[in-house]
Design a protein around this ligand. Structure first.
Ligand code: HEM
Length: 506
């Protein structure tokens, strides 16, 4: 017995000594002192991007933060962002999959949660060449314009009926919901009266259940050896997966039959692209379903959030709103509605979208990238398995880069045209490098179109009794940053009444 105990004690000692040696031998970035077991979990404030920005000011532009036993490294300047996202991105392009993300994505068989490797390269190529090709996005423009004008019609009805303030988020959410389900599944689940059909109810229930399941594991995720105390609800995840697959397969089957019945009509929704091209690109069932749901997850809230923040800034800054409306009146005039084709002639409107993405990036810390091997960043050691975040929120407010960084000043982009789609490392709302958001062009166009219609058709002001400067620009915590208080505003029509109808197409 004594011998067994001795052997075990020696093995445990050697194991711990090796771990300690490895820890001491590496030159990790500095950061707040971690507590045993939990690391810095209890020191992190809910608005993580702000908390990490404060720590960066104390410890430097690259910091270590321990979430349980997982090392997270956060970089907050342009040089380091460039190093992470382009120079070293070959080894910094994997994803950390929580247990729920692993279940939802069938261990990374989709795009968002896939590690970098042959599968990722294949699926990404399919997205770039097929789903987000300029030709397909142009073919889908009528859907976007239909949904944007449906929003105008419904705001017009509500504002002329009541004249009271409205929750702007509800209208924006409807556009992005209908747009993404039509783009991806070729389906508008909501009828003219705003009522969901049966498939739509099932779709919403699946999305809500996914959020509930995903959020239920948080603490045990960060401390692997505690997981036996918090086992995964295998049954609930399996049921959720089966339900999601059932709905998706039913939609795929409807499209397959429609394609067969009418070979001439070539629809351009993502679901058709997947049905007709999956063999050419060798995409498995799990990848087809995973990709469809990736687009829904990544594309729905981000665009609505961008427009809500922009609208809040415009209600707060009537001068900027007026300048945007003067531009719209000059370019479009009072006799027609705008279309996406007008966007190149509306530079100030585009500056507003950029300025909103600068001050209010929907993903302030992007999505973390996981190191697939040991690597050095900024001269520090980043061990394999570390999650690396780029604090794009902090970089976009850095006074060393931006004049009057916390002010909403779209004009700054008239003076200097800064790219937002991954080429200029001062402004990275979509990331950069090999994992850059594939929906960036689509997101910017839809956001600009929504904003253009809202401003061309309506004057916007704060609710009665509130001054513009009182609009609350507080942020809510989370992986995506919603406004803490949804924007409430009063709208008044500014164009002839016949221009407020929906231009239904598709
Ligand atoms: C204003 C709107 C949007 C913003 C700000 C945004 C931002 C981002 C960011 C920061 C990432 C992570 C990049 C990285 O890991 O380095 C990302 C990834 C992604 N986005 Fe977007 N996005 C937007 C709209 C969209 C839309 C409309 C779609 C699709 C319909 C989409 C699909 C995706 C996908 C599939 C990924 C994962 C890419 C990968 O892992 O390789 N996004 N997005």
């Amino acid at each position: 017995m004594a011998v067994i105990i001795f052997v075990f004690a020696t093995l445990a000692f050697v194991y711990l000594a090796r771990k300690l040696y490895k820890k001491l031998a590496v030159n990790l970035p500095p950061g707040p002192r971690p507590w045993p077991v939990v690391g810095n979990i209890y020191d992190i404030k809910p608005l993580r991007c702000q908390c990490f920005d404060e720590w960066s000011r104390a410890y430097g532009p690259i910091i270590s933060v321990w979430i349980g036993s997982t090392l997270n490294v956060i970089v907050s300047n342009t040089d380091l962002a460039k190093e992470v996202l382009t120079e070293k991105d070959q080894v910094l392009a994997d994803r950390h999959r929580s247990r729920s993300a692993a279940k939802f994505s069938r261990d990374g068989k989709d795009l968002i949660w896939a590690d970098y490797g042959p599968h990722y390269v294949k699926v990404r190529r399919f997205c770039t060449m097929e789903l987000f090709s300029p030709k397909r996005l142009e073919a889908l423009r009528p859907i976007r314009e239909d949904e944007v004008t449906a929003m105008v019609e419904s705001i017009f009805k509500d504002c002329t009926n009541s004249g009271k303030s409205m929750m702007v988020r509800n209208y924006l959410g409807a556009v992005t919901f209908n747009n993404i389900t039509r783009l991806v599944f070729g389906k508008r689940f909501v009828n003219e009266e705003g009522v969901l059909d049966e498939q739509g109810k099932e779709f919403k229930a699946i999305v809500e259940n996914g959020l509930k399941l995903g959020g239920s594991l948080a603490m045990a995720e960060h401390i692997p050896w505690l997981r036996w105390l918090f086992p995964l609800e295998e049954g609930a995840f399996a049921k959720h997966g089966a339900r999601r697959d059932r709905l998706t397969r039913a939609i795929l089957e409807e499209h397959r039959q429609a394609l067969e019945a009418n070979k001439e009509t070539k629809q351009q929704h993502f679901v058709e692209a997947l049905l007709t091209l999956r063999e050419e690109y060798d995409l498995s069932d799990d990848t087809v379903i995973g990709l469809l749901w990736d687009m829904i997850t990544a594309g729905m809230d981000t665009t609505a959030i961008t427009v809500e923040w922009a609208m809040a800034e415009l209600v707060k800054n009537p001068r900027i709103q007026q300048m945007a409306q003067e531009e719209l009146d000059r370019v479009i005039g009072p006799l027609r509605v705008m279309t996406e084709l007008d966007l190149p002639s509306l530079p100030y409107l585009q500056c507003i979208v950029k300025e909103s993405l600068r001050l209010h990036p929907p993903n302030p810390l992007m999505l973390p990238h996981r190191a697939s091997a040991d690597v050095k960043v900024g001269g520090f050691d980043i061990p394999k398995g570390t999650n690396v975040h780029v604090n794009v929120w902090a970089m976009a407010r850095d006074p060393a880069i931006w004049k009057r960084p916390t002010e909403f000043l779209p004009e700054r982009f008239l003076e200097e045209d800064v790219d937002v789609k991954g080429h200029d490392f001062r402004l990275l709302p979509f990331g950069a490098g090999r994992r850059i958001c594939p929906g960036a062009g689509l997101g910017v166009n839809l956001a600009a179109s929504m904003l253009g219609h809202l401003l061309h058709h309506f004057m916007w002001g704060p609710p009665e009794g509130m001054k513009p400067e009182e609009v609350d620009l507080g942020e809510s915590p989370g992986m995506v940053t919603f406004m803490r208080r949804p924007l409430e505003a009063v709208s008044a029509p500014r164009l002839p009444h016949h221009l407020y109808g929906r231009t239904a197409t598709d």
